[in-house]
Design a protein around this ligand. Structure first.
Ligand SMILES: [Fe+2]
Ligand SMILES: [Fe+2]
Ligand SMILES: [Fe+2]
Length: 423
């Protein structure tokens, strides 16, 4: 049995992105659905040969095509971003998908989703056909839903083969006639259809991990410290779990639990996340809410063991933790391990409000917490014995993640300049 089913991966993405901005999330799903139905029509009635995996990949791509928008701090108005900051979110979306997702080789489809049809001659892509379809699917939703006067009533006549592909529009109409796309969108049955599609194809463990990691990094991208904190927590939890000889199942649960443990931070404002001073009581309350938000997102979607590891990372053995105030007898070993890993990661890492601590200081704090009966004594003793090995190995891992983070930023800077000249 798998910890997270394929369709639940999409559900986690849905719920998480929906918390940040429900409109963009819905827009993504609708676009993904329209794209899927157009391709299904081609697959069934024309010579186009897609494999089932390709249909799933392209649908995911359609769902995620505006993922670059989530890195903006203030995303209120989808239409603003969709009409003004075209290149910015297209490039970020491209880079996130390219470097972080399991469908990275197709990321350029997202890069060009706002490029006008009459400029396709300027680019070279073996996915030009899908670019054409995504461009139209995106417009179908944006144009039909904006409902304000900004859109000319004869848009689809006037800009045929100028802003969008006429052949794609014809295909949409055929698919619409055949499947009743707009009706399915209105009555909401498209959700079910997407679920069925994604469930049909059992994602490999790697594919699922890939999307979840992409989600976590995309969201954490707002704050470099958070990216590294998540990575470090996963890494430390795994090392401590291995040393505690956890079973294979516990190890897998621990991995997912650690990966998802701070997902709820998406709802925490950046000025609190990156605060350089002590948080006020009110701010602290907001900060602590991240656990409950994580719970909201993961509840009913992931295996209960994973859920409990994720949402108990701030519990203490003596009952002084949050958000439930549980104590030792309620907390399993993996849950106690993630609590230690989380603290280690916070102490070891440089944060907005503190420098990284030395080995001596870190072990002193952790030993004192163990002595006070707040965290697991055996786990801390094991950590102390293996400290240098764990940290050395982590430093190597970290380099590649930070490297990736910096690479995305650098490439963005280089690309945005080039593409804005492009028009
Ligand atoms: Fe877009
Ligand atoms: Fe879009
Ligand atoms: Fe946390």
């Amino acid at each position: 049995m798998s910890v997270i089913s394929s369709k639940d991966v999409n559900e986690i993405i849905r719920k998480t992105l929906g918390i940040i901005n429900n409109k963009i999330m819905n827009h993504g799903e609708i676009t993904g659905y329209i794209l899927y139905k157009m391709m299904e029509y081609e697959y069934t009635y024309t010579e186009q040969n897609y494999t089932e995996q390709e249909l799933v990949d392209y649908t995911m791509l359609g769902i995620l095509h505006d993922i670059g928008l989530y890195k903006e701090e203030n995303i209120k108005n989808v239409s603003d971003f969709e009409t003004k900051n075209l290149w910015s979110h297209s490039i970020y979306g491209f880079l996130f998908l390219k470097y972080l997702s399991p469908i990275g080789d197709r990321a350029e489809i997202v890069l060009y989703h706002h490029l006008d049809y009459n400029r396709y001659g300027l680019i070279q892509s073996r996915y030009i056909h899908v670019i054409e379809l995504l461009n139209l699917a995106d417009k179908m939703d944006t144009v039909l839903h904006l409902k304000d006067e900004k859109i000319e009533p004869d848009y689809f006549v006037k800009y045929r083969d100028v802003k969008f592909s006429g052949a794609a529009l014809d295909l949409f109409h055929k698919a619409e006639k055949c499947y009743g796309i707009t009706e399915n969108l209105v009555n909401g049955s498209y959700h079910k259809e997407l679920d069925v599609l994604l469930a049909k194809r059992a994602f490999s463990e790697q594919y699922k991990r890939g999307f979840l990691e992409m989600l976590v990094y995309t969201i954490d991208f707002r704050s470099e410290h958070t990216v590294i904190h998540t990575l470090a927590t996963v890494y430390f939890a795994e090392q401590l779990g291995r040393l505690a000889r956890l079973s294979g199942k516990d190890m897998r649960d621990l991995h997912y639990g650690a990966l998802l443990h701070d997902l709820g931070k998406i709802a925490i404002p950046l000025n609190i996340l990156e605060s350089t001073g002590r948080l006020s009581d009110d701010e602290m309350k907001i900060m602590k809410a991240h656990v409950r938000i994580t719970e909201m997102i993961l509840e009913g979607v992931v295996d209960d063991d994973v859920l409990q590891i994720a949402v108990r990372h701030h519990e203490k053995l003596d009952g002084t933790g949050y958000h439930r105030g549980l104590s030792a007898k309620d907390l399993t070993l993996p849950q106690q391990i993630i609590a230690v890993a989380d603290i280690l990661s916070a102490l070891y890492g440089k944060r907005s409000y503190k420098e990284a601590f030395s080995k001596e200081k870190i072990l002193e704090i952790m030993n004192s917490d163990a002595d006070k009966g707040k965290i697991n004594r055996n786990v801390v003793t094991t950590l102390e014995k293996n400290y240098d090995n764990i940290i050395q190995a982590f430093e190597k891992e970290k380099e590649s993640t930070i490297g990736l983070y910096l690479k995305i930023k650098e490439q963005y800077a280089a690309m945005i300049e080039r593409f804005e000249r492009f028009g």
